[in-house]
Design a protein around this ligand. Structure first.
Ligand SMILES: Cc1cc2nc3c(=O)[nH]c(=O)nc-3n(C[C@H](O)[C@H](O)[C@H](O)COP(=O)(O)OP(=O)(O)OC[C@H]3O[C@@H](n4cnc5c(N)ncnc54)[C@H](O)[C@@H]3O)c2cc1C
Length: 333
């Protein structure tokens, strides 16, 4: 027998639908600290409007769980600890995510659009037989997301009809969720049996006292105009005065001036600091795709026609080998 639906129940439908939705945010961390992008992903998840759970998989991740429990908006933390989760390999994490999705019926699964999220979530989506949505910059509704295409030159609104929505989140497009005011419950989940098709051997991280590139408030980036890796010292000296991170164009990376984890752009990192100083960078669209959302852009280039001046708030037509040491000197005073 069917029950007639009246107008007022129809009006409650969006609320009821929200109640049946729940989002899993896969936490990125190093067992000691959360990677900041997880907080941006939690904000994106909160825009979906459903209940938020976070999955912390690792080897000894009590500190991360504690940090996460304070994050506003997180309802539950699922913790899975096993040696197989060393290095957070996608091959090992995927079965765990699938099992938690089955157990808790998550309608949305997301993570930051970092190397971690980009290698993990497409695998999860493939196993669920759904299409993943990468690098979203806005949540319009629980099934509609915005992402950039053509190197950031067009915005694409995607309506996702999949049973489970799997997406990665661009950190610079969402504020970090506050690490206070939360009181998430913690629940241990059984680790899935190790897959064993890949093994974590070691990781060599470059140590730096400078802020991390994607979360720095100030970024000083160098391009092919620097002419050599040694000349990047000019930028490191300036960066130290400004407490800035150092970035680079792809041409500078390809020429071997600096390692590729400094690359900003379409195929590098996306940054949106308060201040971005582009030194000896022409401003190709692929570079702009990674930095054009910076609040203030300063360009130093000897070519007045360089395209970087079209996006710059302040432009200095000058020889960088003269201008940069002068700026550093002025900041010492
Ligand atoms: C699929 C694809 C993806 C890409 N992804 C990226 C990406 O993620 N990031 C990225 O950056 N690029 C990317 N690129 C490459 C991009 O197209 C450009 O080739 C690159 O950004 C150019 O780097 P550049 O500005 O350092 O070098 P150039 O274009 O060679 O510019 C050097 C600039 O330095 C200036 N200069 C030289 N000497 C001085 C001096 N003494 N003082 C002041 N100025 C000086 C010159 O006037 C010039 O404007 C990609 C390309 C493709 C096809």
């Amino acid at each position: 027998m069917y029950k007639a639906i009246n107008k007022s129940s129809l009006r409650q439908l969006p609320c009821l639908l929200k109640r049946f939705q729940s989002t899993l945010v896969v936490a990125e961390h190093d067992n000691e600290k959360l990677t900041p992008v997880t907080l941006n992903a939690i904000t994106a998840a909160s825009k979906v409007g459903s209940e938020i759970s976070c999955l912390v998989a690792g080897t000894n991740c009590a500190k991360v769980t504690e940090e996460l429990s304070k994050v506003k908006g997180v309802k539950k933390i699922l913790v899975a600890q096993h040696d197989a989760y060393k290095g957070l390999l996608p091959e090992e994490l995927t079965p765990l995510i699938l099992a938690t999705q089955q157990q808790f019926g998550f309608t949305h699964i997301c993570a930051g659009a970092t190397a971690f999220g980009k290698s993990l979530l497409p695998r999860v989506a493939a196993k669920l037989d759904v299409a993943a949505i990468s690098d979203i910059i806005e949540v319009k509704s629980p099934d509609t997301f915005v992402r950039t295409i053509y190197a950031g030159n067009a915005l694409c609104t995607v309506k996702c009809n999949e049973k489970v929505k799997v997406f990665t989140v661009r950190a610079t497009s969402f504020e970090a969720a506050p690490v206070q005011g939360g009181s998430a419950a913690t629940e241990q989940v059984a680790p899935s049996s190790p897959v064993g098709i890949s093994v974590w051997v070691e990781q060599n991280l470059s140590k730096s006292d400078r802020p991390e590139l994607t979360s720095a408030k100030v970024v000083v980036s160098g391009g092919r105009g620097l002419k050599s890796g040694e000349n990047f010292k000019l930028l490191y000296d300036l960066a130290d005065k400004l407490n800035a991170a150092v970035g680079a164009s792809r041409a500078a990376v390809d020429a071997g001036f600096v390692p590729n984890d400094l690359q900003v752009g379409q195929t590098g990192k996306i940054v949106a600091p308060e201040l971005y100083i582009a030194v000896g960078i022409s401003g190709a669209i692929q570079h702009l795709a990674g930095m054009k959302d910076s609040k203030t852009i300063v360009a130093i280039n000897k070519d007045p026609e360089a395209p970087i001046f079209q996006v710059a708030d302040y432009g200095l037509v000058a020889d960088l080998f003269k201008a940069v040491p002068e700026m550093t000197e002025a900041l010492k005073k």
